[in-house]
Design a protein around this ligand. Structure first.
Ligand code: AGP
Length: 614
């Protein structure tokens, strides 16, 4: 998720673009760049790091005056966050400057084609190939609009593209597919932005664009077409948010926005990682298939919510690959003097990529010659840099301290790793793997179903506002979900909460059950030996002792109805994938209860988004 700004009008483009990027910096902040048109050529600058680095660079070496330009703050997906990979990217002749948000799935084939045609590509990004393709199209004749239409028809994946042509300082042209872009409509000037925060201080008149559309803005006009050049219409609207709300896309908290971004985040985590036939392609794993076949043990190291993602992964990895898989708290790992060999795969899960406990754990593992694979959301951060391989989760920046989309996309990455290991080691047939992949591809829609039913959870939160303690129960892959639900409540509502394996109740914790004590119960799907029925027994036991049971069970499972004070239906998904949908109501519940209590949901007390001290 990156920040994009485009401008054409009467003001200095440099000022409008930099101010717009500042408003969008929360969307991505590992590099920033700007380009303007000056007398038939492109003037541009770009710097790794925060926007302030770019501002200093253009203060030291000013851009020429110009009333047309574009800019970008990056959240890296392909290529490390450095100056070369920063956007904008220029075409071969430096005639076109282009910025991009998203993932171009077929960029490798397009890159080969360009290089065969003599193009010299300077960066590791998928974006640079789009700049070269647009410029090459311009060289064949036509204008920037038609060039953009032609190129968009060749791209696969999710993308927002914004481009300028040095030989045509009248227009900025953009295109979108599965990635955000909105037009700001001014007087004698027009704007483009990843969201309205980019231009809200200049105009509140906006135009929402549809899927597969190209928009051309000049000082006095906005024209929309489809990718074939047929006229199309955007949806005009007035923005009545203030700037703070605009940065949160109208939500009250970044966390709630990120909860509702999860369908898109999960789709992006899956994008480009399997073929139509369901064959896994994890090109960034960078550990050879032979080495993966030699792996005889997997140890997952992580903290907090990321550790719970690892616990979910354990069930899937062991079931699919038959490799023993342990999950360790990073801060405990090296102190137990673990037995590691060259054939141990240590998987470090970290949203930030900077958690000191996890970083120390992988340093210890590498010192013991184990292979290390990072699952991370922050491109170029320390943990992936110090690992042998990485699977990026592509969730986009997660601003809320309480992890939500980071957690879901970590589980997606873990499932992909497990399936990839099964594929390489032959412990699952191709059709079995393809069947799981098909179920994963349905998950964004399942999550959306849960989000569409959020009112039920919000009502529940209001009734539990005075709860002093809440328990969470789960079995099998539902046990880490129970732990995550408890953690969300602790870190947001500051309420005592505890997650248990339901089978553990009778070994002590059932003594906690008393009249009206709220207990969330995550029920496994039916048909999985006795797992489901044993969970029902646990619910009966606590209900008989007065607990208020809030039961999460797959839609249509009417065996739970007699024992549920509140029933939250879950979409029907395979047992191993149920955590992806079961956690959604727990996230919504914690967010809503904390909001009702007047807490700062994005920055809960005593916590930090990345714990960079041991
Ligand atoms: C989760 O909501 C918390 N923010 C915390 O437990 C977090 O998951 C943990 O600190 C690990 O962070 P990381 O994923 O960035 O390594």
């Amino acid at each position: 998720m990156c920040g994009i700004v485009g401008y054409v009008g009467e003001k200095q483009a440099r000022d409008v673009v930099i101010e717009g990027l500042r408003r969008l910096e929360y969307r991505g902040y590992d590099s920033a760049g700007i380009a303007v048109i000056d007398g038939g050529s492109i003037a541009s600058d770009k710097k790794a790091g925060k926007l302030a680095n770019l501002e200093k660079a253009i203060a030291d070496d000013p851009l020429p005056p110009s009333t047309i330009g574009l800019g970008h703050t990056r959240w890296a997906t392909h290529g490390a966050p450095n100056d070369v990979n920063a956007h904008p990217h220029l075409g071969q002749q430096r005639r076109v400057a282009l910025v991009h948000n998203g993932i171009i799935e077929n960029f490798a084939a397009l890159r080969d084609e360009l290089e065969r045609n003599g193009h010299e590509l300077l960066s590791e990004t998928d974006t640079e190939i789009a700049a070269h393709l647009v410029e090459a199209e311009l060289d064949r004749g036509g204008d920037l609009t038609s060039a953009m239409q032609v190129v968009c028809r060749r791209l696969e994946g999710a993308f927002t593209l914004v481009a300028i042509d040095a030989q045509d300082p009248s227009r900025v042209v953009a295109a979108r597919r599965n990635s955000p872009l909105v037009v700001g409509i001014g007087e004698g000037e027009n704007f483009l932005g990843s969201d309205v925060a980019a231009f809200i201080e200049y105009t509140r008149e906006a135009l929402e664009l549809g899927q597969d559309q190209v928009v051309t803005i000049t000082r006095d006009d906005v024209q929309v077409t489809d990718f074939d050049g047929k006229p199309a219409a955007g949806k005009r609207y007035h923005v009545d948010w203030d700037l703070s709300a605009a940065e949160k896309d109208g939500y009250d908290w970044f966390m709630r926005k990120e909860i509702f971004e999860q369908p898109r985040a999960v789709a992006d985590a899956l994008l480009g990682r399997h073929t139509e036939a369901g064959l896994l392609q994890l090109d960034e794993v960078r550990i050879s298939d032979d080495e993966l076949r030699d792996i005889d043990r997997v140890i997952i190291v992580a903290c907090g919510t990321s550790n719970y993602a690892g616990m979910v992964a354990k069930y899937a990895i062991e079931h699919w690959t038959r490799i023993p898989c342990e999950v360790e708290l990073s801060h405990e790992f090296r102190y137990r003097d673990p037995i590691l060999t060259r054939n141990t795969l240590v998987v470090a899960i970290s949203q930030s990529g900077e958690t000191a406990d996890t970083l120390m754990a992988i340093r210890h593992a590498r010192g013991q010659k184990a292979r290390v694979l990072a699952i991370c959301n922050t491109n170029g951060s320390t943990i992936p840099r110090e690992s042998d391989a990485v699977i990026y989760t592509h969730a986009g920046p997660e601003i809320g301290v309480a992890s939500t989309k980071g957690f879901l996309t970590q589980m997606i990455a873990c499932y992909l790793l497990g399936l990839y290991l099964a594929q390489v080691r032959g412990t699952k047939f191709g059709d079995e793997i393809a069947s799981v992949v098909r179920e994963l591809d349905k998950v964004p829609a399942h999550i959306q179903t849960m989000l569409d039913d959020s009112e039920r959870v919000y009502d529940l939160a209001k009734t539990l506002r005075d709860a002093k303690s809440v328990l969470f129960l789960g079995r099998h892959a539902g046990f880490p979900v129970a732990l995550e639900g408890a953690l969300k409540l602790k870190e947001l509502a500051y309420i005592h909460a505890e997650g248990f394996a339901a089978g553990e109740l009778k070994h002590g914790p059932i003594a906690l059950i008393e009249q009206d004590l709220p207990v969330f119960c995550v029920v496994p799907p039916r048909g999985r030996d006795q797992l489901h029925d044993k969970m029902i027994s646990a619910i009966q036991e606590i209900r008989a002792r007065g607990a208020r049971t809030i039961v999460l069970a797959e839609d249509g499972d009417d065996t739970v109805t007699p024992y549920a004070d509140v029933l939250i239906p879950l979409p029907q998904v395979p047992t191993l994938l149920q955590p992806l949908v079961a956690v959604i109501p727990l996230q919504l519940f914690a967010c809503e209860l904390a909001t009702a209590m007047g807490h700062d949901v994005d920055q809960p007390r005593n916590l930090a988004k990345s714990v960079t001290v041991e």
